[in-house]
Ligand binder design. Structure first.
Ligand code: GMT
Length: 376
């Protein structure tokens, strides 16, 4: 198949999932064309069957707001025509599914059918869904897609609750590529901890929904009880608040704010425990990647997290904001009697989300939207 893959090229999980999916499809002989405004961060070096088409938007003084969606739709049309694409797989309802709808209509005028598969990742639903300014476009773009997937059952229910959806939404969970985690080499752990200290880790974009101040509060409670250090990976609006909290809690000498890392897996590879106290999370790809590194997770029971982390197996879950309980859970998991067992169980749980299990679900979906019955 020749597939156009449209995503945000940034550090976010949706971009990672789209990129890894594209790479896996390419490795199996499909041709994958990424259409986005920057090279996706996890794309790495060039490889057979993978192509990147940049969406460039010129700045005209006339526009206060550059019309990215229109340039994207035009680029989709251009790539479909030139590369003879069979379908578009877009990640996020807006602007990707709405731009894809326009591309589809333009191509229909020349008698070309362009099936559009839309994958919902969360923020477009759980955050923008609360903004009535977006609702009509999001509902329309989802309903007009030829197939729609959500990354968790929780996200699928939220989508039905928040929008007027008349389409089946198939749940296809996110995945990891075990090969990336085998023999993963982290930094020297000794640079951050001594041998008697535990190393905790948090990775996110530090948006309010991630509750990074709770990461620090939970860590401070734990650090009162045992020697420990914390790696804070990422950057975003709440970084200063988290740094302030670390100073106020008197743990700033034990917390390392590393900023954005090209390969955050290197931080996971040397960690003992991952903290994810999010307010809402449609899936929690970072938690799955932690588990794939054999790192158990202390998280909240928000959104799709319970579908990824099995409480008492690959980590432990608490109500949002219950930092005391999360610290208790961290202490329990790090106890010598438990850590190795939970590490092993986290690895096993991550195996359920291996790409080889998930890829056939996407391929089945592509086959369905390309079948003659779907086209009629
Ligand atoms: O979490 C974010 O703010 C980034 C966002 C994204 O676009 O990557 O993440 C969403 O999609 C990920 C991939 O499917 C999920 O793992 C995240 O849970 C989801 N974030 C939220 O629902 C807040």
């Amino acid at each position: 198949m020749r597939i156009g893959m449209v995503c945000y090229p940034t550090f976010g999980g949706s971009g990672v999932v789209a990129t890894e999916l594209g790479k896996a499809l390419a490795a199996r002989g499909h041709e994958v064309h990424f259409i986005t405004y920057d090279q996706p961060v996890r794309l790495g070096s060039f490889r057979p069957n993978v192509f990147y088409h940049e969406v460039r938007i010129a700045q005209y003084p006339l526009f206060d707001y550059p019309p990215y969606e229109l340039v994207l739709a035009s680029k989709m049309v251009e790539v479909v025509r030139q590369q003879n694409l069979d379908l578009l797989h877009v990640h996020y309802a807006i602007p990707h599914a709405s731009s894809a709808y326009m591309a589809k209509r333009i191509l229909a005028e020349e008698g070309r059918n362009l099936p559009v598969v839309t994958t919902l990742h969360g923020t477009d639903i759980t955050l923008l869904g609360k903004d009535p300014g977006f609702e009509p476009v999001i509902s329309f773009a989802i309903n007009q897609s030829d197939a729609v997937t959500a990354v968790s059952t929780s996200l699928r229910s939220d989508t039905y609750k928040l929008f007027g959806i008349n389409k089946d939404i198939e749940v296809i969970p996110n995945f990891v590529c075990p090969a990336h985690f085998k023999d993963l080499k982290g930094q020297d752990r000794e640079q951050f901890t001594s041998s008697d200290e535990h190393l905790l880790c948090h990775i996110s974009n530090f948006r309010p929904v991630k509750r990074v101040v709770d990461v620090i509060k939970t860590f401070a409670l734990l650090a009162d009880r045992m020697p420990a250090k914390l790696l804070m990976v990422g950057d975003g609006p709440d970084r200063s608040a988290a740094e302030r909290e670390a100073r106020e809690q008197g743990v700033d000498d034990r917390v390392f704010f590393l900023g954005k890392l090209k390969n955050p897996l290197e931080a996971l590879a040397i960690s003992d425990l991952f903290l994810l106290p999010s307010e809402s999370e449609s899936f929690g790809l970072a938690a799955l990647e932690a588990m794939a590194c054999g790192v158990p997770v202390v998280a909240t029971e928000a959104g799709g997290l319970p579908e990824v982390i099995r409480h008492g197996v690959s980590g432990m879950l608490s109500p949002v904001g219950d930092n005391e309980q999360m610290a208790n859970h961290a202490e329990f998991l790090l106890a010598p009697a438990n850590l190795e067992r939970f590490r092993e169980q986290a690895l096993q749980r991550a195996g359920n989300f291996a790409i080889d299990r998930i890829l056939p679900e996407y391929l089945g979906l592509y086959d369905r939207v390309l079948s003659p019955e779907a086209i009629d």
